[in-house]
Each structure stands twice: as C-alpha cells, then as structure tokens.
Write a protein that binds this ligand. Structure first.
Ligand code: SF4
Ligand code: SF4
Length: 298
C-alpha cells in the first residue's frame, strides 16, 4: 500500500480531484476480492502518535518496546524530524501484520490503512485561522476495489473505518508537524535535544509519562494534581498533554505554567556547570602551555 497522507504528488496514483467530507467516491474493499491482501504486500506506512498508542496497547507492550519490534525510523524533513514507519517482513515490502486471512491487527490498524483508498491532505490557506482537510482518491493499478459498485461520501467512509478517534488524537500533532515544516530554513536547524523531545512526546507515550513524573519536570512545571493523575493513568490524556508540551518547547506557546523560582534555580545551576567546564578547560590549557615551555629545557 503506498499512500502519502501529507503531500500527494502529481506523478502518484492520487487522483487530481479534491474531495470534501460530503463528496462521494466509488470504492469497496472486501474479503474475497481478487486483489485481497495485495495492498499490504507493498507498504510504505508512516505512523502517527495515536497509531503507536493503539498498537502498543494491543500487544500490552510499552511504547518503546513496540517501536523497537515493529517500526523503522526515517526523517520527516531535511532537519531530521524523526518519523516512524511500519516494519515489513525481512527481505520483503510486506507488512509484518499481514496473514493469509488478512490483517492480524485489524481493530487497531494504523490511520493510513484506514484511510486507504483515500489520501488526506491538511492545508492552511493564507489568512485562514486553521488548516483545512481535503481528500483525494488513491487509485493504484492492483486495487480492484475501485470497480466495486459501492458509492459513499468521505464522511460515511471515515465513519465506517473508525477514523474519528484517530483524527481527533492526531490533529494537534499534524498541526505541529505542518507548522514545523512551514517554518522553513529561516527557523534554523533544531537542536538535538528538541528532536529527542519531539520523538518522546510524539511516539513514546510511556517514556513521556515517566518524564512528566520525574523530579526535574515536577520542579520546573506547575501541574494541577488532577491533570497529573490523568496523565499517569490515561494514554490519550498523556498524548494530549504531550502535544501541549511540544508546542511550548518548539514554538514557545506557554500553556504549561513554569515555576519561575525553579527556572531561575535551574538556570543558575546550568550556568555554574558551564563555568566549571570553562574553568577546567582553562586549567587544561595552562597545564599544556606549562608542559610546552618545560619541554624547551630538555
Ligand atoms: S496493518 Fe494491517 S491493514 Fe495495515 S498494512 Fe499491515 S496488514 Fe495491511
Ligand atoms: S480492494 Fe484494494 S484495498 Fe482492498 S484488498 Fe484489494 S488492493 Fe487492498
């Protein structure tokens, strides 16, 4: 299955007709169709945070464990924004979850699998307060579903495919990715730390939860105990908070109150550390100079 959910290109199988939620298209995928499983034998599936959350929960694994077993890394842009793709079986392009009977994780299949044979494009028009979603039909040669006599609106299709919780949970993340990309080269290369935080907040919900519970985080941010409890016990709430954290870290949008005294203390500690490193470097330079002048006596 090949699908570019962000950026359909004219040479792709994406049909150049933009659809809105109430526009109709002809398509049906069903068991028993001659092309059954063909799409899952050649995949290129980019994962969203909610995809990871659903699948790690299905296997009762931590997010990190599931990521290590079932994904491959890639860069979403030239600055190394980390992305994840669903892994394939060794030496093939076939999805690891494909069986002769079909998808073995059907109830928790990723968003891109649910959307197929539609592509989603999120765009922000000039002077528009938010981005708008539009849809495109993706017509690949091997897929016979386009010949099936079933017509439905995009809205109906999205409902049948169970996309609502996926779109709700991923909306903020898509916005952040779009904003980050549209910042362009003027914004400059993000620091390694900000890329690591992007990965943690986007995909590793359990790691992010532990990060929020850490003494350093609690010292720096002022969080309502009810919210802390939600983050500790509810994956979706933790993911929603992770998106707030990302906005604050990447774009300086302050929605999580910072304890000013703690921030000042941490800054002072950081400066002390930097000064200690500089002092050690200066002492090393002096020692090297001394050794050099000593060697003149030899
Ligand atoms: S997760 Fe399921 S639907 Fe998606 S590519 Fe794999 S087998 Fe196919
Ligand atoms: S109809 Fe299309 S989506 Fe369904 S199994 Fe065939 S190739 Fe895959």
């Amino acid at each position: 299955m090949t699908q570019d959910i962000q950026d359909p290109k004219p040479v792709s199988p994406v049909q150049p007709i933009q659809l809105g939620p109430d526009d109709s298209f002809q398509f049906r995928c069903r068991k028993g169709i001659a092309c059954f499983n063909k799409c899952c034998q050649n995949i290129d599936i980019m994962l969203t945070p909610y995809d990871v959350l659903r699948l790690k929960r299905r296997f009762d694994l931590s997010a990190r464990e599931w990521i290590d077993r079932a994904t491959v890394d890639f860069h979403m842009d030239g600055h190394g924004m980390p992305g994840l793709k669903l892994a394939t079986k060794p030496g093939t392009r076939e999805c690891i979850y494909l069986t002769p009977e079909g998808c073995s994780v059907y109830e928790d299949r990723p968003s891109a699998c649910r959307y197929y044979a539609l592509g989603l494009l999120s765009m922000r028009k000039q002077d528009s307060p938010g981005e708008e979603d539009s849809y495109f039909v993706v017509k690949e040669e091997h897929c016979l579903g386009h010949q099936e006599p079933q017509v439905q609106t995009v809205r109906e299709y999205r409902k049948v495919q169970g996309l609502q919780p996926y779109d709700e949970a991923n909306r903020e993340w898509r916005r952040i990715v779009l904003k980050k990309r549209s910042g362009g080269p003027a914004v400059g290369k993000p620091s390694q730390k900000s890329l690591e935080l992007f990965f943690l907040a986007s995909y590793d919900v359990d790691g992010f939860r532990a990060f929020v519970a850490s003494p350093g985080f609690q010292e720096l941010f002022e969080l309502d105990p009810a919210l802390l409890h939600e983050i500790a016990t509810d994956d979706e709430a933790c993911l929603a908070f992770a998106m707030r954290f990302l906005r604050q870290t990447l774009f300086g949008e302050l929605t999580i109150p910072v304890r000013q005294d703690a921030a000042a203390r941490r800054l002072a500690r950081y400066q002390e550390k930097v000064e200690a490193i500089e002092r050690a470097a200066a002492e090393k330079r002096v020692a090297e100079q001394d050794r050099m002048y000593d060697s003149l006596d030899d």
